[in-house]
Design a protein around this ligand. Structure first.
Ligand code: UFG
Length: 339
């Protein structure tokens, strides 16, 4: 079996967990990452978990010349998993060009080189952000895509279109668009997890840093939404379950006839409020979270969670971890980080 997979952004949060799952499933991942939103130490930890040295290139994915060299060294890739992208909603509003340049630029380099080297299988990191504020809060892949509320969200919508049009014009390209819900947790070994740069934007790293004494208080953004306790509802998925979906997507893609471009929701099908998350975190870790209810955050969707029937039926994927597990693993990981 040809089992080499190029993983762009493979030192990042979701990328690093996916590399572990790829190796567990007999694949040979090759990481490309320039550490702009990750840390070189992740590679050491990854290598510890998998008991081997994962091949790695320190390259900016928008640099076509350098990326070409990687493809030239591995012309027999079975596929590419493309994670490398910026992902902070607020930052994208401040620096839209940086987001379009990096997120679309890297995707186009990857697609051009996949075409040039006749590589077939692409697994792309998309987001539930493509659904915007949905009319029905349980979203399936049929739920209409809406106008993006941020440049970041727009890069995901446009990326999905670029991939779809390229697949339709290609003689060999096949793709899955994995629409992630809210990834949380860390590897059960606590060797890898999320490493946010500076003040975290996302709920879980902010919460664990507060409990760890790095932040004073977690502000819950809005307590007056139309939900059971007034706080927003999201579908929080364990990052290892999300990582496993990439392996399933690759296996499936490889067995498909052309042309294939399929989107899949990757979530748990459960909506939890922010207060559910705080209370569950306190219960499973036997700790108190210092929080206060604050103003709503601009651009937040009130509630959304996934219908994942398609991923279950087509990819034979489903979640194995619970919210309790994810919050235990998240805390175990946070405790390994220096204050
Ligand atoms: N939240 C707080 N306090 C914080 C941080 C977050 O209350 O300090 C709340 C948010 O308002 C939201 C929930 O926690 O209600 C989750 O917020 P996150 O920032 O963790 O995640 P989002 O749902 O806003 O965003 C995530 C990804 C994006 C993606 C988006 C799609 O981070 O990349 O889902 O909906 F675009």
């Amino acid at each position: 079996m040809n089992n080499k997979i190029l993983v762009t952004g493979g030192a990042g949060y979701i990328g690093s967990h996916t590399v572990v799952e790829l190796i567990d499933n007999g694949y040979l991942p090759i990481i490309v990452d320039d550490f702009r939103n990750s840390n070189p130490l992740v590679l050491d930890k990854l290598n510890e978990i998998v008991g081997q040295t994962v091949p790695f290139y320190n390259i900016d994915c928008t640099d076509k010349k350098k990326m070409d060299k990687v493809f030239a060294e591995h012309p027999d890739l079975m596929g590419v998993i493309h994670f490398a992208a910026y992902k902070a909603v607020g930052e994208s509003v401040e620096k839209p060009l940086m987001y379009y340049q990096n997120n679309l630029g890297s995707l186009m380099v990857v697609l051009e080189l996949m075409e040039a080297y006749k590589i077939s299988n692409l697994v792309f990191s998309s987001s539930c952000t493509v659904y915007g504020e949905p009319k029905v809060v349980e979203v399936s892949e049929q739920t209409p895509i809406q106008e993006a509320t941020s440049p970041y969200g727009d890069t995901k919508i446009v990326s999905e279109k670029i991939i779809t049009n390229t697949v339709n014009a290609s003689a060999q390209l096949k793709a899955t668009l994995l629409r992630y819900f809210n990834p949380i947790g860390a590897h059960p070994s606590a060797k890898i997890g999320e490493l946010p740069n500076g003040v975290p934007n996302n709920l879980l790293p902010y919460l664990t840093q507060t409990v760890n004494g790095i932040r004073e208080v977690l502000t819950v953004f809005g307590g007056d939404y139309n939900t059971k306790d007034g706080t927003c509802i999201r579908d929080y998925i364990h990052v290892v379950d999300l990582a496993k979906a990439h392996v399933k997507a690759l296996n499936w893609l490889d067995n498909q006839k052309l042309p294939v471009v399929e989107s899949f929701n990757i979530g748990t099908e459960k909506g939890n409020t922010i207060m559910d998350v705080i209370k569950t975190f306190e219960k499973v870790n036997n700790l108190k979270v210092n929080y206060k209810i604050g103003e709503r955050r601009e651009g937040d969707v009130e509630q959304i969670y996934a219908n994942t029937q398609k991923a279950k039926e087509v990819l034979n994927w489903s979640c194995e971890y619970s919210l309790d597990d994810a919050l235990k693993h998240q805390w175990a990981w946070e405790k390994t980080l220096k204050k």
